[in-house]
Design a protein around this ligand. Structure first.
Ligand code: CA
Length: 295
């Protein structure tokens, strides 16, 4: 018996008739769209760029395993998180409630705290040597502090909004809610470069709290349970971390990534979360990844 590409189609039409066959195809297309919408993913990203993204191989997706659960101040609207020398440095937001804290990891106890003036909404935090940097959201100001005393040592200004901040050993890396990462000189806070972040051909916007880990930038995507792993040289998303299910009920979004390089420990928390988690990444089998997974 000869087999060719048209044969299954001809066989199906013979068995079912044209109307039944085309109805089945239509139902399959509609069902695919409904599934994508229900999952929060666009069935097809915008225009031709979306087509290119769809054709490119999906980046790996990691799930997680909780290694340890630590208490976390449930009134802390976490906007920045750094681990160094067995403590967390945490920045919190909201007008009138913004602060910089030193936190004891096992107990969540706040060891030291300095409050921002009520007109400033605290954002991302980074540590360079003994200097802590704390961004503000729409006040175009980054404050600096001496790490041990929390004494104010100065400030710089910038033109964009301030969202996340981290340090790669040479440069500060900053997000502003767009898909752009800005590189800045720690001494002058002047911009030295920038890169736009894409997953395939799709821009990944709303990049929020950041952490530099093993040569990559990890970024919370605001209002999602996802962290993008980004190659800072190109802006390419190399992997996603899906933290669905981690967020405690009646809390705000995931926001806060810290890394203990000495013991290779990854910590995450969120705004008003009563817990801070140490997690391990678990590769998700490719066969179960959605076809398109974009913000
Ligand atoms: Ca961080």
């Amino acid at each position: 018996m000869r087999i060719d590409a048209a044969m299954p189609y001809a066989w199906l039409v013979r068995r079912c008739g044209h109307v039944a066959f085309f109805t089945a195809v239509l139902l399959l297309v509609v069902a695919t769209g409904v599934w994508s919408a229900a999952a929060g993913y666009p069935a097809f990203p915008d225009g031709d760029a979306g087509g290119a993204a769809k054709r490119s191989a999906p980046v790996p997706v990691y799930s997680y395993r909780v290694v340890a659960t630590h208490p976390h101040d449930p009134s802390a609207f976490t906007q920045g998180l750094v681990y160094a020398d067995e403590v967390f440095y945490e920045g919190t937001g909201l007008y009138g409630r913004s602060s910089l804290r030193r936190v004891d990891p096992p107990t969540g106890q706040v060891q030291q705290q300095v409050d921002l003036p009520p007109a400033y909404f605290g954002e991302g935090v980074a540590l360079v040597g003994d200097t802590l940097y704390q961004l503000t959201w729409q006040e175009h100001t980054v404050f600096t502090y001496e790490r041990h005393s929390f004494a104010a040592t100065g400030h710089f200004t910038y033109t964009t909004e301030g969202w996340g901040l981290t340090y790669d050993g040479q440069r500060l890396i900053m997000s502003d809610g767009s898909n752009t990462l800005y590189f800045r000189d720690p001494v002058t806070f002047e911009e030295t470069g920038r890169v736009q972040v894409f997953d395939g051909a799709t821009p990944v916007t709303l990049l929020n709290e950041l952490e530099f880990i093993g040569g990559e930038v990890y970024a919370n995507v605001w209002q999602t349970d996802r962290i993008a792993r980004i190659e800072p040289q190109t802006g390419r998303v190399t992997a996603w971390i899906d933290l669905t299910g981690l967020r405690p009920p009646q809390t705000d979004v995931l926001n806060g990534i810290a890394y203990d390089a000495g013991q290779d420990r990854l910590f995450v928390t969120g705004k008003l979360w009563p817990y801070l988690y140490e997690i391990a990444l678990v590769p998700r089998p490719t066969a179960f990844m959605p076809l398109v997974w974009k913000s």
